[in-house]
Design a protein around this ligand. Structure first.
Ligand code: SF4
Length: 346
């Protein structure tokens, strides 16, 4: 869509710009559960949850409310076992997020008397909290006048300023934060940052920007919003094939392996073996899932308990009863595969 050039710019008319977007947000801003609180702990939970998980997915299953019901404060989160933690986070993926959340709860209790600092520089020293999250907690919980730039705000800013360079470079990031810093008002940063973010989720969406109805249309410099932002060429997706075994004893218990590595450490899955080790076992099912830039094809094979091939060195494998499975933390693709296999056996 092509639109006329702006008559005003956000920076030269900063008061009018703030007033236009705040007026719109005041009337039409959405009511999310995390916008009804100024508790920094709850806001941090929402921010961490919304990294790499969509608002719709978090809202749909009341994940935010459920997490706070299980871990209502820093103390309950700080003392939770890893299994409880991972179980509560199941389905949201990127499990290091919740591990860091627990580390942050422990640091705030031990080093800040259980009170979150309001200074974004101090917040950014907490585990797993980067510049964006620090700014979000500082502005949403404490109304500190501090900028934030997430994907939605970056899109709005690149279009407002007609920034055509790829946004995933150090120079562009610096430029976006600088614009955000100049635009955020001395008071009411909470509403202002929420408003720009929401504009990116609604009118200034990635595919079909609704410029004619946009509250800051008069300040926007791009003529071709759908072409922005630009990014550097993408990293290629890698195809991965995984072979796992479904091994069940007569009493119903199932052999599971505990995952290592940095991403899914501590989660349980069906035990993995090489292509050669599974060659003689009947194929049960195939499932596909994606993780970061990997597209995984998961082949599941039935294996008798008497013929389990040797496990990889250092891996932990144990039989678990069907009743115990619900409490075990498990990545979604394996949970779904197991449920389908058990359902099939009934
Ligand atoms: S919706 Fe259109 S007019 Fe509004 S900021 Fe985005 S590109 Fe500019």
């Amino acid at each position: 869509m092509h639109k006329p050039m702006a008559k005003r710019t956000p920076l030269r008319n900063v008061r009018a710009f703030r007033s236009a977007i705040l007026g719109w947000f005041h009337e039409q801003g959405r009511d999310y559960p995390w916008r009804r609180t100024t508790d920094p702990y709850a806001i941090l939970v929402s921010e961490i949850m919304l990294q790499q998980t969509t608002v719709a997915a978090v809202l749909q299953n009341r994940r935010f409310e459920r997490f706070l019901a299980t871990f209502p404060d820093l103390a309950t989160l700080a003392t939770a076992s890893e299994a409880e933690l991972l179980r509560e986070w199941e389905g949201l993926g990127y499990y290091n997020r919740v591990r860091n959340l627990q580390k942050t709860a422990r640091v705030v209790l031990a080093e800040h008397n259980g009170r979150f600092p309001s200074d974004p520089i101090l917040l950014a020293t907490l585990p797993g909290i980067g510049r964006y999250t620090a700014g979000a907690v500082a502005s949403f919980a404490f109304d500190r006048s501090t900028p934030i730039v997430d994907a939605n705000i970056a899109r709005v800013l690149t279009r407002l300023f007609n920034h055509r360079a790829p946004i995933d470079t150090t120079e562009s990031r610096h430029q976006l934060w600088s614009w955000a810093d100049n635009l955020v008002p001395p008071q009411n940063a909470r509403a202002f940052n929420s408003a720009v973010m929401e504009l990116g989720q609604t009118h200034c969406s990635a595919r079909v920007p609704a410029c004619l109805d946009c509250p800051v249309h008069d300040f926007c410099s791009t003529r071709n919003p759908a072409s922005l932002p630009t990014k550097k060429p993408k990293r290629k997706t890698m195809e991965v094939i995984e072979h796992v075994l479904f091994i069940q004893k007569r009493n119903g218990s199932i052999l599971l392996a505990q995952e290592g590595g940095s991403r899914r450490n501590g989660l349980w899955k069906l035990p993995e073996r090489s292509h050669h080790q599974v060659a003689d076992f009947p194929h049960l099912a195939t499932r596909k899932y994606s993780i970061t830039h990997h597209r995984v094809t998961l082949h599941i094979h039935r294996c008798p308990t008497s013929q389990v091939p040797p496990k990889p060195v250092n891996s932990i494998e144990q039989f678990h009863s069907p009743q115990a499975l619900a409490a075990l933390p498990m990545a979604s693709p394996f949970r779904q595969a197991l449920l389908a296999l058990m359902e099939r056996k009934r």
